[in-house]
Design a protein around this ligand. Structure first.
Ligand code: FES
Length: 106
């Protein structure tokens, strides 16, 4: 189990924006959707493209290379050519700071 890692303040990610961070070697992107924060691995599972900075449509991020869509909330792959979900990471807010951890190996 990995420890919680402080990433940034909640005020560092404006509504509809994102923040990229390194979590023990995994690049993670945190999104602010309507004041709720979600963290997914910053990688398209089709062919490894970076998702941060890609267009957001509602709660979906669209990979610019071949158009796969992922749920920012669940990491689920929503359209071809990606079939595998991108990883998600638990988030907690403490004293207006955003903390994440890697729960994949719990
Ligand atoms: S690399 Fe993202 S859809 Fe192909």
């Amino acid at each position: 189990m990995s420890d919680w890692q402080k990433v940034c303040s909640v005020t560092d990610i404006q509504l509809g924006k994102w923040y990229q961070t390194d979590l023990d070697g995994t690049i993670v992107v945190i999104y602010n959707l309507d004041g709720q924060f979600f963290a997914i691995e910053d990688m398209c599972t089709h062919d490894g493209a970076i998702l941060s900075g890609c267009p957001l449509e509602g709660d979906e991020v669209v990979c610019p290379r071949h158009g796969a869509r992922f749920s920012v909330k669940t990491g689920e792959a929503l359209s071809a050519p990606a079939w595998e979900a991108t990883a998600t990471f638990p988030i907690k807010i403490e004293n207006d700071n955003i903390l994440i951890r890697d729960g994949r190996w719990d």
